[in-house]
Design a protein around this ligand. Sequence first.
Ligand SMILES: CCc1cc(N2CCCCCC2)n2ncc(-c3ccc(F)cc3)c2n1
Length: 241
Amino acid sequence: MFKKKNETSQSRLPGHIAVIMDGNGRWAKAQGKPRIFGHKAGMDALNRAAVHASRRGIQAMTVYAFSTENWSRPMDEVKFIMSLPIDFYSKYLPILKAENIQIRMTGEREAMPKATLDAIDRAMEETRENDGMILNFAMNYGGRRELVLAMQAIAKAGLPAEEITEELISQHLQTAFLGDLQDPDLVIRTSGELRLSNFLPWEAAYSELYFTETAWPDFDEGALDAALEDYASRDRRFGGL
Ligand SMILES: CCc1cc(N2CCCCCC2)n2ncc(-c3ccc(F)cc3)c2n1
C-alpha cells in the first residue's frame, strides 16, 4: 500500500532538526529595506516554523541564531539582533508556552549583552517545565570553538588517552543536554548557500543535509513540510552499505 503523497509517518520524521536561518539580509535588500527589517521578519518566521515543527511532532529544533563570526558585522546590526530575544519574549513567549515548547540556549553567554541574556533566561525559566519540543538557540556559538572547549575540559580532567572516546567528547559538548537527541537527523539551510558554516560539525557528522533557495523569512509551513517529506524519502546508512 503506497502512502498518500504528503503523508509522513511518525517513524520517518526526524527527531531533531537543525536550521541555518540564512537569507534575512538579502531578503530585505531585495525589497529595498534595511537588513534589520530582514532579521525582524526572520524572527517572525522562526516562531511560525517552531510552532509548525512542534505540531508535526519534531522533538528538538536547534536554530543558528548568532555565530561567533557574526560579531564582525556592523555594530548597529549586531545591536539590533541582540534586541530580538527581548522582542521575541514579549511577542511570542505566550504562544510557545501554550505549545508546550521548551526554550534552551547553546553557546557562550559571556560576551552577550545582559539585557539579551536576561530575556533568554526568563524564556528558559518560564518554559523549563514544558516537556514538548525543545527549541534550542545556538547563540554566540561556533562548532570549532565548541570542540576546543570540550578538549580543554577533557585535558583538565587529566584522563588517560584510552578513556577519550566519541561518547566522552559528545558528553563535553555544549549540546550534551539534548541527550539522545544531541545529533540532528536533518540540517536545513535556507537561501541557497551550500555549506555548514561551522554549525554542529561534530553533531551533524551523519545528518541528512537539505538546502533550499528559499530565504528564511519566506520559509513557511509548506516549505518545512517539503523538507520533512524529502527527509522521509531518504535511505540513511550512517556509514554502512
Ligand atoms: C541574539 C540572536 C538572535 C537572532 C534572532 N534572529 C536573527 C537571526 C536569524 C533569524 C531569526 C531572528 N533571533 N530570533 C529569535 C531569537 C531569540 C533567541 C533566544 C530567545 F530566548 C528568544 C528569541 C533570536 N536571537
